[in-house]
Write a protein that binds this ligand. Sequence first.
Ligand code: NIG
Ligand code: FE
Length: 419
Amino acid sequence: MIERIDLLLTGIGRLVTPIGNVPRYGGEMKELREITNAAVAIQGGRIALVGSEEDVTNRLQGVEIAQTLDARGYLVTPGLVDPHTHLVHGGSREHELALKRSGVPYLDILAQGGGILSTVQATRASSEQQLYDKAYRSLDIMLLQGVTTVEAKSGYGLTLEDELKQLRTAKRLNEMHPIDVVSTFMGAHAVPPEYKGRAHDYVDLVCDMLAEVAQHGLAEFCDVFCEHGVFTVEQSRRILLEGRGLGLLSKIHADEIESLGGTELAGEVGAISAEHLLAASDEGLRMLAANGVIPVLLPGTSFNLGLNKHARARDMIDRFNLPVSLSTDYNPGSCPTESIQLVIMLASLNLKMTPEEILTACTINAANAIGRGDQIGSIEVGKRADITLFDAPNLAYLPYHFGINHAYGVIKNGNVAVW
Ligand code: NIG
Ligand code: FE
């Protein structure tokens, strides 16, 4: 029995949402629930009713409604979820742009002490407040794009104190910003300069850091950059298993640039997600499917690195029945953009995903990639009222009309965050 409604959203031209709490696999990704002339009623930060406007208003006869908003005939989707970002960091790397454009590969810049290591320097030199202020502005941009939950990795500190500084910042952002921020410890993002040539010793340190991070409850996930010249499969396995033993679920930057076996490792350790996967082998993809690992694809990164290569989203969906997810990978090097709507366009252009698959990838599958499928990722009774309103007539319009921001309104936890 509904006694009172905090917020009623009427005049929704078209509401589209995946259904259920669990990931949507392969062919299921295109199956959405669609309601035209819809309404959503919100109570206590959760969805109380969703359906046709006629139905919803009939069921609310005599019920007190605190606020009503007219959605102007626009498109409504679940709030978008960005499950892979390097949100908290110091500085920026536009000084590397000319180098990149002249064709110097990403890993070469890193090997020369630039790339991630240049951001490590800037992050170590930043105060917690500076990191917070910079990341807060990025979250504002994400919110304006229609994003309501973001994962954030550490990995630009690479000492215990500097990693904790990043994680504490993410925690405070989660408390203070309307967007929910979910933390991942990624001490194994690069070998810091003071450990150059001693990667093995640094892996020991990462394992020690993990114990501190777990003890302070500062992260839910543990991630590793498993890549040629960064961390080997063996080192990555050691770190992920150590994290798992402490209750941190595994994530892995796998086969981003070279095929090293990180995808297979994700299957082996039962990771919650495996990210990038440009160079993933068939065997690796088969292992993801067999072990319930969610592939998180980052088409903004391959685009910005100028790689003529893309993750095999069609194979993942059509041949391997995988629940593909999408993310910005927002970071100051390989993908300096907070724009999930750019990613939506690139997923259509380069990954050949359909608009329906893209929405599923950015909502329920992304929510599951960060262990939140029971709370967010679809517009259904009982779920958190995280809702995005787009000034667009239908879903296909989002990747079609590109380079602009279509988001008109965002409701987060039942509160109007953007309108
Ligand atoms: O996901 N590949 C490793 N980490 C990031 C890039 C970080 C950076 O360049 O600062 C990525 O692409
Ligand atoms: Fe990344």
